[in-house]
Design a binder for this molecule. Structure first.
Ligand SMILES: NC(=O)c1ccc[n+]([C@@H]2O[C@H](COP(=O)([O-])OP(=O)(O)OC[C@H]3O[C@@H](n4cnc5c(N)ncnc54)[C@H](OP(=O)(O)O)[C@@H]3O)[C@@H](O)[C@H]2O)c1
Length: 308
């Protein structure tokens, strides 16, 4: 299978490219401003906001499937540049989903747990959405645009942690970097989430693609945890001092874009469709740790194309 992944320099996109390559797929990663070097998969560079040109680049590669990870995923950047966030997070996915439909290939769109307001928790796919931030509103608009343009598209609401190109993109890297350096950090006791480890998420997305799943799925951990609890478990795994994490309420801080508190998502629909359970948070942290032992962070950071 020839698989094209947008956002290939991003946290999720790069991990999917690597996992896909390990599964002997013919991977093509599309990057934008950050180039990659020395990757075991092909790279193309394009700006998805220039839709005509970048879609033509994608079509020329004749992919058998597309996983669309590119987005403005920075909540504060989305607040500052709402029009650009709307174009990239909503218009582009809709138009790319329509193109994939015309090309007759499967399209996987990556969405977010943040489409919910975090009041209820244990959210199922059928629960009403109520996004609180510009980012979340544009992502929900993206889901709707994809659904309207391509009813056979697969839409995955995700949340994840892992190793990234910069070594600084994820919550897990935040705890790893700070606690490893003996620095004190805050850990939110009132924000709950259901994060998957990125390599696990990549494998599950590829499994969903091979199973020809379509429609909306929550692709999250089978277990949920507070961000404070996540930091403590990660510290324990790496042998860091978890007392460096100060338990704090997110409500007590002004952090720019508004964030939903209880983002526990239910993954029962996907577990039923795949016929097996999804990883727990502890299993994800174990996989994150094993990847560290295997020097995976250095491998990813080695792909950075640093101008000489
Ligand atoms: N991170 C999370 O915890 C999280 C949680 C829930 C859902 N999600 C969703 O998961 C997906 C992946 O997120 P991520 O955290 O991996 O994102 P990320 O690390 O911020 O990466 C975003 C990617 O999008 C690319 N991109 C940005 N503007 C582009 C443009 N105009 N044309 C082409 N590519 C462009 C970036 O390329 P350059 O860097 O080269 O500009 C980068 O590769 C997104 O849909 C996000 O909404 C993320």
């Amino acid at each position: 299978m020839r698989l094209l992944i947008t956002g290939a320099s991003g946290l999720l996109g790069l991990n999917i490219c690597c996992v896909g390559t390990e599964q002997n797929l013919d991977v093509i990663g599309m990057v934008h401003t950050r180039g990659l070097q020395g990757t075991p998969f092909e790279i193309i560079q394009g700006d998805l906001l220039a839709m005509e040109e970048s879609f033509a680049q994608i079509e020329a590669k004749q992919p058998d499937a597309i996983i669309h990870c590119a987005a403005i995923a920075d909540l504060n950047l989305a607040e500052k540049q709402p029009e650009m966030a709307y174009r990239l997070n909503a218009e582009v996915p809709g138009r790319l989903a329509a193109a994939a439909r015309n090309w007759g290939i499967p399209f996987v769109h990556i969405s977010t747990d943040a489409v919910f307001d975090g009041e209820k928790g244990n959210y199922q796919e059928t629960d009403p959405t109520n996004p609180l931030s510009v980012y979340a509103r544009t992502k929900l608009a993206g889901e709707r645009a994809v659904q309207a343009a391509n009813p056979n598209a697969l839409i995955a609401r995700v949340v994840f942690f892992g190793w990234s190109l910069s070594g600084q993109r994820s919550l897990s890297e935040f705890f790893y970097n700070h606690l490893g350096a003996g620095k004190v950090v805050n850990g939110f006791t009132d924000i709950f989430f259901s994060p998957l480890y990125t390599e696990d998420l990549a494998e599950i997305l590829l499994e969903m693609l091979k199973a020809n799943l379509t429609g909306l799925y929550h692709v999250v951990s089978s277990e949920s945890i507070s961000k404070f609890g996540f930091g403590v478990r990660l510290a324990d795994k790496f042998g860091f001092d978890s007392r460096l994490i100060t338990p704090i309420s997110a409500k007590s801080l002004n952090r720019g874009a508004q964030r939903s508190l209880n983002l526990i998502l239910n993954c029962g629909k996907l577990e039923k469709a795949l016929g097996h359970g999804l990883p727990t948070v502890d299993e994800g942290i174990e996989a994150f740790y094993q990847a560290w032992l295997a020097c995976y962070p250095q491998k990813l950071q080695g792909f950075q194309d640093i101008p000489t």
